[in-house]
Design a binder for this molecule. Sequence first.
Ligand SMILES: [Zn+2]
Length: 395
Amino acid sequence: MWTYICVQTYGKYLGFWVGPGSTDHIWTKPLHKYLQRAKEWASLNLGMFFNLLAYKTFISSVLSFTMQLAEDPSTLLDYSMTALRLLLAGPGNWITIADASHLKSAFCFPIEFTPLQSLSLAIKARILATIAPDASIKARELEHALITYGRRTFPTWHQNCFFTTLDRCRSTLQEKDITSSTVKACMKHTGNLSFQNVARQMITSRYGVCYYSESRVRQKLVCWKLSGIPGLQERRIIGNMRLLADHAPPRVQAVYFKAVWNGWVTDCRMRTLLTQKGKSVRPCVLRCGLGSDSLQHYAVCNVFWDSLVSLLQISTGCRSRDFFLLAADGMSKELKLQLAGAIYALHRGVQVLRHADCGCQLNPRALLQCWVKKCGIRLVNKHTNKQDRTLSITF
Ligand SMILES: [Zn+2]
């Protein structure tokens, strides 16, 4: 009779898996759901800004309930990397987690990727401050009981007890002077930010690896072979990102960032995949007849620059990679914004033509001129809502 009774070493209580066998199961469903949501949002092709917004609101939040009490799994970073690859899709390893986590702080993008490790620590800091301030006492009591009553079975279960996990988190945070009282003291100077958000900011600033934005831009500019002075170019490019943050929508910022990072999907960047499939790199999709499907060619493509000359009254002498990346000498703000709109139009036009059927003869110049008018660059500063009187742009 008892043969058919199933006995399992774990069970769900108030949403958490508890019991000696719970360690192997506590993260299975949340991590599966996390990846599933990342795939679903990525399949909508919403672009960098909306994908990062969806990540913050709907994707990373599925882990936050379990993160309150459970120790982080060893695979957390791998899952985070997979989600990043899905949401910020592009050729090869075009962007790293460090780049994505500094999009706002270093490059003025409206939003950035939230690292899961800092989120987990901040959530546990909130639990320690609100629900379990006595976690250390309970953890010591458990430790004492283990010593008093000798050898016990299920040592992993005891070592990963919720109170022990919280106590470990408290010790980790105390090393960098992040406690309930220091976070609350910091909250007085940060306006309406919640305890968890302030704790996360403190954790990111004190635990995060130093990110050198200029050095990172310098690495990315190597493949562009620009003619300007190193050092000056990196500062100009970071300054351009600030200018675009003031006057351009996130889609234009994202396209410019992806251009500097060499993250456009073109046949030259996907060469390894094409070779495996026995295909070769196609010629320039703007049909200039002189180059291949690569970003470095589009930066100086005849068709692109001829369209600009007629539409934006830009001199033909501007045609160079330095001008394309808005890093040439003497460029005015107007010219930079006009070219940023043109880079956005080029990206949209190239992607439409790359995915158009072979029989479909779309006119590349008409496509570029259509998209450049839809780039959404405004003379009004997005942050101050005041018109920049020094600018007068026409598309
Ligand atoms: Zn071309």
